[in-house]
Design a protein around this ligand. Sequence first.
Ligand SMILES: Nc1ncnc2c1ncn2[C@@H]1O[C@H](COP(=O)(O)OP(=O)(O)OP(=O)(O)O)[C@@H](O)[C@H]1O
Ligand SMILES: CCCC(=O)O
Length: 356
Amino acid sequence: MKHLILAINPGSTSTKLAVYKDEELVSEFKINHETEEIMKYKHIIDQYKFREQIILDFLNKEHIDLSTFSAIVGRGGMLKPIESGTYEVNDLMIQDMMEAKRGEHASNLGCILARNLGKPYGIPAYVVDPVAVDEMDDHYRYSGFPELQRRSLFHALNHKAVARKRAKDLGKKYEDLNLIIAHLGGGISVASHKKGKVIDVNNALDGDGPMSPERSGSVPMGPLYNMCFSGKYTLEEIKRKNYGKGGLVAYLGTNDGKEIQDRIKNGDEKAKFIHEVMCYQIAKEIGIQATVLEGRVDEIILTGGLAYDKLLVEIVTPRVQFIAPVVVYAGENEMESLALGALRVLTKEEKPKQYI
Ligand SMILES: Nc1ncnc2c1ncn2[C@@H]1O[C@H](COP(=O)(O)OP(=O)(O)OP(=O)(O)O)[C@@H](O)[C@H]1O
Ligand SMILES: CCCC(=O)O
């Protein structure tokens, strides 16, 4: 019997959905969200109904009955640090995502949507490679403030999926390669994959790394703490400057990479300069990760939605190709990875991990 699987991927600038019959893609859907549309919700959890309606409308349009799914799988959010794999959605996971104690990210909704949609029909819910996957080297964790440790939060699902895909395309094992992978999405994470483990990455949610379509990336700390204590801003407003309203959207009023490309083509000098700054910072972050891998880098991979941007690739590549060859895997492999992660559990090839 074939398994019908619904994959749900709430991203920071989009909602992506896919239906798989075993390994075969049956149908998919993606909707991009304007910054204003998303920013009107104070907390990620407040977006629940909005994102749920997108899923129900998609299933309706495709004439797919919810009750026919064998499993529903969501992108996993800011859980406690955990190892890579497929996890059963349980009560603790739901509670942690509702409380968002480790922070707010669109992917926090993945497990809640998967569980709630399937529950009336007894359909099992899973998450795969949540953003909280933690395989870090301990050197990574320490900052110069003993009170402040770095946290592993990144686009683990796409990082792992692209790394495995590249290894397969090369006829090698992921565990035999050293890769620098730059996920270039609404947020940007650039990571060192050392022999199958992600040992270092910038965490854009904590204001680390390059600016991105809607994250500030790292900013000068002196001016930042003056700003924080100026009395002009609430904590919420400062957080929004880092996450949601930072980066390209702060300078150009849009998080839409295609629109920015069009503006550049039409001679918009400001868009051109800010885009160059983002590219410069991406290249610099790749350089940082090259030192983590001590220069022993097999390949640099550019992936995520922004990797479709040819100008970005043209600017970043010459700055970093002295480190290793640059390969582009534009878009993401997240939907297939979600579905295959659930399928391995349904076919009993793998036992689901428990979130405790
Ligand atoms: N063809 C394209 N050209 C330029 N930019 C693009 C293109 N397609 C998508 N983008 C941009 O890529 C970004 C979104 O990438 P992606 O879909 O990987 O992110 P997301 O899933 O919404 O967010 P995140 O990965 O941070 O969770 C947006 O800024 C989008 O405008
Ligand atoms: C937690 C994923 C990182 C990001 O969206 O910036």
